[in-house]
Design a protein around this ligand. Structure first.
Ligand SMILES: N[C@@H](CCC(=O)N[C@@H](CS)C(=O)NCC(=O)O)C(=O)O
Length: 202
């Protein structure tokens, strides 16, 4: 049984739930009440000194970084449909996982955190910076999705789960990245039950 430290409004935690559901792996969620600062408690810092969710516990393994958790679960359970064994296909999945973390995520955080969660600390400049970044990145994502139904081919992989978790997050701030291919892909993602199950009830 996996333990996953989780918060329903965390896009990083939800992408792990999507995979656990998709692969039918047994797991239990440990709710970290970030709204009340539980991620900053001494107890949680002992589990994850980065004060972030998710953290996966598998016996003596305590693992943070959502995309590392996705890769670990795929490797451990031989989930090659979600993380392909073919080196070139896997490399493209890794490319989008890294793109999601290093390029898209900062824009999503700028927009969503400051629109919804920052309260009095709302930073208009950060929102503008995030929106500008999103305008730059959306055509890149849209072009990639012109070639096939999912990011790296005809079937979804952990790259799709990871990027889609960020698109849902943008939706919380009523933001949709422009692009007909993005919209069609996100609808396809919405048809995946495991992805839907990861979403908060809002
Ligand atoms: N790179 C990390 C990012 C995790 C992350 O940013 N989690 C957010 C919630 S979405 C968090 O816990 N933030 C609280 C903090 O940084 O103090 C991952 O992919 O797991």
């Amino acid at each position: 049984m996996y333990l996953l430290y989780h918060f329903p409004y965390s896009q990083h935690a939800r992408r792990v739930v999507s995979l656990l559901e998709a692969a039918n792996l047994p797991y239990e969620l440990r709710h970290v009440d970030m709204a009340k600062g539980a991620h900053l408690s001494a107890d949680y810092l002992a589990i994850n000194p980065n004060h972030q969710v998710p953290t996966l516990i598998d016996g003596d393994l305590v693992l943070h970084e959502s995309n590392a958790i996705l890769r670990y679960l795929c490797f451990k359970h031989g989930l090659t449909e979600w993380y392909p064994a073919d080196p070139k296909h896997r490399a493209r999945v890794d490319q989008w996982l890294d793109w999601n973390q290093s390029r898209l995520s900062p824009a999503v955080i700028d927009i969503v955190f400051n629109t919804l969660f920052a309260g009095a600390r709302r930073d208009e400049q950060a929102i503008a910076r995030g929106e500008a970044k999103l305008r730059e990145l959306s055509p890149i994502l849209d072009a990639a999705l012109a070639a096939h139904a999912y990011l790296t081919g005809p079937k979804p992989t952990i790259a799709d789960l990871s990027v889609a978790s960020n698109l849902f997050q943008l939706g919380l701030a009523k933001t949709t990245p422009p692009g007909a291919n993005i919209v069609a892909w996100y609808q396809r993602m919405g048809a995946i039950e495991a992805f839907r199950k990861s979403l908060p009830s809002t």
